[in-house]
Ligand binder design. Structure first.
Ligand SMILES: [Zn+2]
Length: 199
């Protein structure tokens, strides 16, 4: 289902370096600890450093239980993803990658290696995930790599195949293809030579 990639940042993960993130944190919602729809496969950095135990303020202190537990435990709500995300948490939350379309909330800027937010949900997600210097440094290197591919390989099909192989190995498909589109446009408009990197 998740194509061996972290649902938040898109890097390749496997069973040895995968974490299972609780979108609604189990520290705040212990009765959702095993709720399938609340579980997301992530890399360790996203789960442990970025996302951590983020909880929407609108849900703090609320007791949410799964349907099968609703007769045994007192609760404010029975878990229903659509209802909780759209009617209770509304814009006070992170992007939920299996529910939201990230492009409605974020726009990637390949020139300066960052995302811009379009909505409050995008803004909160950015604050948690993409403000780290290390993320920007990684994207800068990716951009340089794709710049070199576009500049040095004349055959477009060969560039695409190389990029496809790269993303199959390392992930980050979305960001890589955004850089590719960007450098292709820069090439078509005669600006690709303005930076030269030494490899
Ligand atoms: Zn990640």
């Amino acid at each position: 289902m998740y194509n061996n990639t972290c649902v938040y940042c898109g890097i390749k993960i496997d069973n040895t370096n995968m974490d299972v993130d609780h979108y609604l944190p189990s520290s705040e919602f212990p009765y959702l600890a095993y709720c399938w729809e609340n579980l997301l496969p992530t890399c360790k950095r996203c789960n442990q450093n970025s996302k951590s135990d983020f909880c929407p303020k609108s849900l703090t202190g609320k007791k949410i239980v799964e349907n099968m537990l609703s007769e045994q435990f007192e609760h404010d709500f029975i878990y229903d993803k659509t209802y909780i995300l759209t009617s209770i948490a509304k814009d006070d939350r992170l992007i939920e990658p299996t529910f939201d379309n990230p492009e409605e909330h974020l726009e990637f800027n390949p020139e300066f290696y960052f995302y811009e937010s379009k909505t409050k949900i995008g803004e909160i997600t950015l604050r948690k995930f993409f403000q780290h210097k290390k993320v920007t440094e990684e994207w800068e290197k990716l951009s340089q790599f794709i710049h070199a591919l576009v500049l040095k390989i004349k055959d477009k099909q060969a560039v695409l195949e190389t990029l496809k192989l790269y993303t199959e190995l390392h992930g980050q498909e979305y960001v890589c293809f955004k850089f590719y589109e960007y450098w292709l446009t820069e090439q078509e408009e005669g600006r690709i030579d303005r930076i030269s990197y030494i490899f």
